[in-house]
Design a binder for this molecule. Structure first.
Ligand SMILES: [Zn+2]
Length: 159
């Protein structure tokens, strides 16, 4: 997306991991409606179908938001969406993934902050990813053993 498109959705700028990004929180009604409208107009484009999934997710889960982060190409800056999760009062970028327990039958949705794509093109990405790997990751909600993915959030409503 270009900056003008992002600014129609949100003008709330915050700093995450040393990067200035724009954030759309799920209570920002006007921005949410604007984003729904933009998604509708671009429904056949891959990025917007992904964005639609992101939007559905943040509207149905507490403490999640969407950020638009700058990807600097040669002549233009593109703004790519990703999901953030409010972890101990700090927004962390996360991938929403499917995971399973390595011991029992539990499987479900998790938020994983260690996906390298979340930090692509950032100069300090290796430091950030290293810091993310030091977080205390959640264990299986049923048996307490390791999960197949690094989780800082687990959807415990699923079974
Ligand atoms: Zn388990």
């Amino acid at each position: 997306m270009i900056l003008n498109e992002v600014l129609e959705i949100t003008q709330k700028s915050i700093n995450i991991d040393g990067e200035e990004v724009y954030i759309l929180e799920n209570h920002m009604k006007k921005g949410v409606d604007e984003l729904k409208n933009i998604i509708f107009l671009h429904r056949d484009e891959y990025m917007f179908s992904m964005l639609e999934k992101h939007l559905d997710f943040i509207l149905s889960h507490k403490d999640f938001a969407i950020i638009f982060r700058p990807i600097k190409r040669k002549y233009i800056t593109e703004w790519l969406p990703c999901i953030v999760y409010l972890y101990q009062k700090e927004w962390l970028r996360v991938s929403i993934q499917y995971a399973n327990c390595l011991k029992c039958n539990w499987h479900g949705t998790i938020a994983n902050p260690t996906d390298t794509d979340l930090y692509a093109t950032m100069d300090n990405r290796f430091d950030i990813i290293k810091k993310m790997y030091e977080l205390p990751f959640l264990k299986c909600p049923l048996c307490g053993n390791m999960l197949s993915g690094k989780a800082i959030w687990i959807d415990i409503t699923e079974r």
